[in-house]
Design a protein around this ligand. Structure first.
Ligand SMILES: [Zn+2]
Length: 265
């Protein structure tokens, strides 16, 4: 019986946003459209997906961009295109990454969606043959109809929050019931945002999704530009900050951090 899992951090294209979308700024109460402000306010950020190899199953966290964004980005994103412009080089869709690792989508046991923002579910149909799709109950229950429409044809299993040893509220899900992969309730950016804590060879790896956008988010407690609940977003950042200081924490990885190291943990 393995005592750890392997986590592949995959670079699934990029997104251009106004800086204010990633980092809340009390001087600006709204998020400007992409390129509405000058170039110095624009950020190109990576979009990440993760593959987790557990002895009892294979998991993909988030779906990144659909390959449709290569040819018709505006049509694919709809209203969201005002706030984020996608870029998906050849070989970087989640499916292309899995193909390069010789992993068939039909052999993926769980696709876990951290939250329902477009840059995390756009490519979900690329994973349509996976065995199951998981999203947290509070995330699904608060989903807008256009978010559900983007997932048409995908049957989500929603999971309720149970007591776990991690997170600001000690709530989430022990995915394989063996303490190796926890889905951790870290709300604030969205109502049901899930981070992932995985036991890798050298300790614990924390994948924060969009609870923070980069290391400075939790070091300086800078809220994500978009949040459904600022107080919860702050509690989530405080928990990430304290987790990052644990001796057994291997790395804390935000989904959109330009300094993220791609590779295998
Ligand atoms: Zn995101």
């Amino acid at each position: 019986m393995n005592k750890f899992v392997k986590v592949h951090v995959m670079h699934c294209g990029d997104v251009k946003v106004d800086r204010r979308l990633a980092y809340k700024d009390s001087n600006l109460d709204h998020i400007p459209f992409v390129e509405q402000r000058s170039e110095e306010h624009q950020l190109w950020l990576p979009v990440s997906c993760y593959l987790i190899e557990h002895p009892n199953g294979t998991v993909v966290i988030d779906a990144g961009w659909s390959e449709d964004v290569r040819t018709r980005p505006e049509e694919h994103l709809g209203h969201a295109y005002k706030f984020c412009h996608p870029r998906l080089p050849s070989g970087q869709s989640v499916k292309e990454h899995l193909e390069s690792k010789k992993i068939a989508v039909k052999n993926i046991d769980h696709v876990v969606i951290s939250h329902l923002d477009i840059d995390h579910i756009s490519g979900i149909h690329l994973l349509g043959d996976a065995k199951s799709f998981l999203v947290s109950e509070p995330e699904w229950n608060s989903a807008k109809s256009f978010q559900k429409a983007r997932c048409e044809g995908i049957t989500f299993e929603t999971f309720s929050l149970e007591p776990i040893p991690f997170g600001p509220y000690h709530l989430g899900k022990d995915l394989f019931l063996d303490g190796l992969v926890y889905l951790v309730f870290t709300p604030g950016h969205t109502e049901g945002l899930i981070s992932v804590v995985a036991r890798v060879k050298d300790g614990w790896l924390l994948l924060t999704s969009d609870a923070g956008y980069s290391e400075k988010s939790w070091n300086q407690l800078i809220l994500p530009g978009n949040s459904t609940n600022d107080q919860q977003a702050l509690e989530s950042l405080k928990w990430i900050s304290s987790f990052s200081k644990r001796d057994d924490c291997v790395a804390v990885i935000a989904n959109h951090d330009p300094s993220v190291k791609y590779g295998i943990y």
